[in-house]
Design a protein around this ligand. Sequence first.
Ligand code: ASP
Ligand code: MG
Length: 417
Amino acid sequence: MKFGGTSLADMERIRHSARHIKREVDAGHQVAVVVSAMAGTTNQLVKWCEEASPMHDAREYDAVVSTGEQVSAGLLAIILQGMDISARSFSGWQVPIKTSDVHGAARIEDIDASDLNIRLNENQVCVVTGFQGISPNNRVTTLGRGGSDTSAVALAAAVKADRCDIYTDVDGVYTADPRIAPKAQRLERISFEEMLEMASLGAKVLQTRSVELAMAHGVRLAVRSSFADPDGPQSDSKNTNFGVPGTLVCDEDEIVEKQIVSGVTLVKAEAKITIRSVKDKPGVAAAVFGALAKEQIVVDMIVQNISDDGRQTDITFTVPDSEYDKAMAAVSNNEGRFEYESIKGAKGSAKISVIGVGMRSHAGVASSMFNALAEKGINIQLITTSEIKTSVLIEEEYAELAVRALHTYYGLDKKEG
Ligand code: ASP
Ligand code: MG
């Protein structure tokens, strides 16, 4: 069971989350818990590091920002003990959760679960700090913001858990952001691959890396609400195999009724840059994107046209608005590595994607998406596709309208009543 920051925001919330744990313990399960820091804590710790010095040592940054999880783990263990549940906290190094030494963005390399397993077998609840681990040099590391989801999945894999329940402030994964599409519905199940696309395309329920890890290790993930009544109904009539309220993220084979489209996502603040008349010859794209990679700029959509005369072509790509100036500078001052006629760009586009494993076997998903947008008079600037996703770039101002239109078009709207 993993609890996020809002689920541990204050004593009352921690007590409420503890009741979810008690329910599972009372049902006879062995429970390992992974906690995030109390809401807002990590932001405060990051701010302090920046105030101490903008050029702070990354190892000390980790020493500071990892502490939020220690506080919440200890408090949760105290509260569980007060409910007559045997419990203790573990810091990352105490497990140990061994990571690489890339401070601030470490990767979990190995978890030695032998001590945890002994305690779990004694029916002790092990409350483990998310987000942190220990490097080969014995220094505390952190996994990057939002990393406690990844800790939870890695730990679930290490103790061979039946399931990894991620408790958060929403009751599952939705077909679209309900704040944008009020008729969005909770999905009973979603495949790892779809979730991976959703997570990287703006649905903020799970950290992308945690979904990759769950897919690689076959960890069944459930997204559940900690705000729900811990003693409320724990069965979901529609959801017989899974048996609990929430969304199950699982293997595609476990999903019987496959939708063609499972969700619609939105990413705002995308900038579009076009380089006109670059040479149409081998190595040009490599030079353009090499210049961006050198500046650590992550490029999203890329389009290159065929050339009319076989000599010149245009390349268009997108980056987050925040990277726009840096990207413009990187391609214009490229030290003669490639020639071009002009560069133009603009911020303020939005990327809308429709996602669904059913697309693999159904023709016409892309064309129907374009139709739905055309009906609303929305112009498409760029298109990219993958096996299970079609994305379009449009003007930001129409983003919400487009999400709602596509949501309705693909029959995802909640039925009235
Ligand atoms: N507390 C960390 C953060 O805020 C890790 C997490 O919440 O997943 O980024
Ligand atoms: Mg979090």
